[in-house]
Design a protein around this ligand. Structure first.
Ligand SMILES: Nc1ncnc2c1ncn2[C@@H]1O[C@H](COP(=O)(O)OP(=O)(O)OP(=O)(O)O)[C@@H](O)[C@H]1O
Length: 606
């Protein structure tokens, strides 16, 4: 029951008074319904179905009072009161229903945005260790299940209040009969515990299957091109059939469980009603009108008892989803980097590097349980307003090094130092604000070109936008588009070529006017003409910003002020390009040979 209490608390803190007003309304509805039932006594008396004893029910006094009213008016008075009661009750029920939906929806939106906020505030390494599809699943399917659970919980709460009031009424009419029914009700609830436990374990299975399905579908849709090229359609479809079978089986199990529990309830109800009538007549010698009213009350309550059972099963099956969301929020909290409010704060100033950015004795492992380091013993000095190139074979540790320099991941040992001051979490935001980063696989949102650019600088002028586009050699191709800057570029920029996407992301990086520009293979998809134009533009930036470039195409880094060569997570060479290229049997020399670049002294001959 812990997760339900947890969410009840969250619901309480989210809705405040509204929840209590609604609960009070539910109490009123139940009371009105009770009065409606009690009105049946004078109706029965009028109809002559049963002779009503004056002391038979608490409302019997009313019958006495009605005897002073002219006889022809009694029935219309009773009927009009009955209709008015029903109308009042209906109106109240309607507004409570609307309020309940508002509370439920508001709470679910709140939960969703709280979870997404927690996720956005988490550190980068929190994401690299987990599957993206698990997050998608939590924010879609699991929140949906939680929403269902919250809705059922609210209904259950209303139902419990209604039942308690009706039981109170029944108790007033006949304590013995009521106690008898309640004892039977508890006995049934005790016997049905196993259905609720089973529902919970089926809920766990639903969560697992849902994760697997979401993970598989996301992976496959991301790799649809590979699926087509490698003709994997058939195998993917059979994966889906397999998943479908498992999900179908699990759904079948759940509904079988529900149907079985309903069946037991029905049988138990029939036995109970028979026993109830037998005992009330034989043992309790109940009066006709008491018996009739208690039967009416319980015949209306019994479906609710059945409803309790079904609601509890529903809630139990959504508990694993509740747990999943709670766990995700807690994990995110532990991995919080900084809050969004802090990020928007006025005192987050851009860092202008005056002298240098350094790494001192940096070690880093992706998995601390394994012995393999992605970076080891990194000592490095990046001078401000110069261009530093990082090169090395694939998997050498280049991207990891820039993640460390950007403060995306923290070194296991050692420090990143900016102008002599170690980088700590309180300067992380300022560092982030100072950096523009163009990754290997540039990301664009499914919006227009303009919106993609303004995302990083919402108030940029038209002039600034076009300057950034000129810099990245994108202005011409954008001018040629019929809608120009207002062209929609599709999912992840799919309507643009790889090179166009790279240039646009470069323009976005420049528009932000950073003090550090990090380019990770940022021009790899460009033709040599466009690439050399960008090289020229980057040359112009020297002296204005600190540029860090990762490049596989070594011809593009000849003009770098410093080259750092990494191999197997260690720095193996550093210095200026011409000097390193001339070092015999060096890594850079080796890389140059593999790219068939003839450097004047690459062979080591003076
Ligand atoms: N998310 C990760 N989890 C575990 N290991 C990782 C992760 N990312 C990278 N690695 C490992 O860390 C090492 C360095 O990877 P990194 O991406 O920094 O290399 P790189 O030099 O940038 O390679 P490339 O030029 O191919 O992009 C590799 O051995 C890689 O397998």
């Amino acid at each position: 029951m812990e997760p339900i209490l947890y969410f009840a608390k969250r619901l309480h803190s989210f809705t405040g008074m509204k929840l209590y007003v609604n609960l009070f309304g539910t109490v009123m509805v139940s009371l009105l319904e009770g009065i409606g039932i009690l009105l049946l006594v004078p109706m029965i008396s009028m109809s002559g179905i049963a002779g009503v004893n004056k002391e038979a029910t608490p409302l019997s006094g009313m019958i006495g009072a009605l005897q002073s009213v002219p006889k022809q008016w009694i029935l219309p008075i009773i009927l009009v009161s009955f209709v008015l009661l029903v109308i009042g009750q209906g109106l109240l029920k309607r507004s409570i229903g609307i309020q309940n939906v508002k509370i439920h929806q508001g709470f679910v939106y709140h939960l969703r945005s709280e979870t997404y906020r927690a996720l956005l505030q988490s550190k980068w390494d929190f994401f690299i260790m987990r599957r993206k599809s698990d997050f998608i699943n939590s924010l879609t399917a699991e929140i949906g299940r939680v929403s269902g659970g919250v809705s059922v919980s609210l209904q259950l709460l209303a139902s419990i209040i209604f039942t308690l009031i009706q039981i109170g009424l029944a108790f007033w009419l006949s304590p013995e009969l009521t106690l008898f029914v309640i004892v039977c009700g508890f006995a049934l609830a005790f016997l049905s515990r196993k259905f609720i436990q089973r529902s919970k374990s089926l809920g766990n299975l639903t969560l697992e299957l849902s994760k697997q399905y979401m993970g598989g579908i996301t992976d496959q849709l991301n790799g649809i091109k590979d699926i087509k090229i490698n003709m994997l359609e058939r195998s993917r479809l059979s994966w889906l059939h397999h998943m479908n079978m498992k999900m179908q089986q699990e759904h079948g199990e759940y509904f079988k469980l529900k149907a079985t529990s309903q069946f037991y309830y029905q049988v138990a109800s029939a036995l109970l009603v028979a026993a109830f009538i037998f005992l009330s007549i034989q043992m309790f010698e109940a009066k006709v009108e008491q018996l009739l009213l208690v039967i009416i009350i319980f015949s209306r309550l019994w479906p609710r008892f059945t409803g309790f059972q079904s609601s509890l099963e529903n809630i139990a099956s959504s508990i694993p989803s509740f747990n999943n969301i709670i766990k995700l929020q807690e994990d995110c909290k532990e991995a919080t980097e900084f809050s969004i409010a802090e990020q928007q704060g006025q005192n987050v100033k851009m860092i202008t590097i005056e002298k240098s950015l350094e790494c001192r004795n940096v070690y880093f492992r992706y998995n601390r349980q394994e012995s393999q380091y992605a970076l080891q013993d990194i000592n490095l000095h990046i001078p401000s307003n110069r261009m530093t190139a990082i090169v090395g074979r694939s998997g050498a540790g280049k991207s990891t090094l820039i993640d460390i320099l950007m403060g995306l991941v923290m070194p296991e040992q050692g420090q990143v130092i900016i102008d002599g001051i170690p980088l700590t979490s309180d300067r992380l935001l300022s560092l982030r604000r100072s950096i523009s980063y163009v990754p290997q696989d540039p990301f664009l949102f499914n919006e227009t070109i303009r919106e993609n650019l303004l995302m990083v600088k919402p108030h940029a002028s038209e002039k600034e936008i076009w300057e950034a586009l000129e810099f990245s050699v994108s202005a011409d191709f954008i001018r040629r588009l019929p809608q120009g800057l207002d062209t929609f570029i599709g999912d992840r920029g799919i309507r643009l070529s790889g090179g166009e996407r790279q240039r646009l992301v470069l323009a976005r990086a420049i528009l932000r006017n950073p003090s550090i520009l990090v380019l990770d293979e940022a021009t790899s998809a460009l033709d040599t003409e466009n690439e050399s134009k960008i090289q020229e533009a980057l040359e112009q930036l020297k002296g204005k910003m600190t540029i860090i470039v990762i490049a596989h195409r070594l011809s593009t880094i000849r003009n770098a002020d410093q080259v750092i060569v990494i191999d197997q997570g260690r720095i193996v060479q550093k210095g200026i390009f011409s000097q390193l290229a001339n070092e015999k049997k060096s890594m850079l020399n080796h890389l140059l040979e593999h790219q068939a670049i003839v450097w004047p002294h690459a062979s080591g001959e003076e």
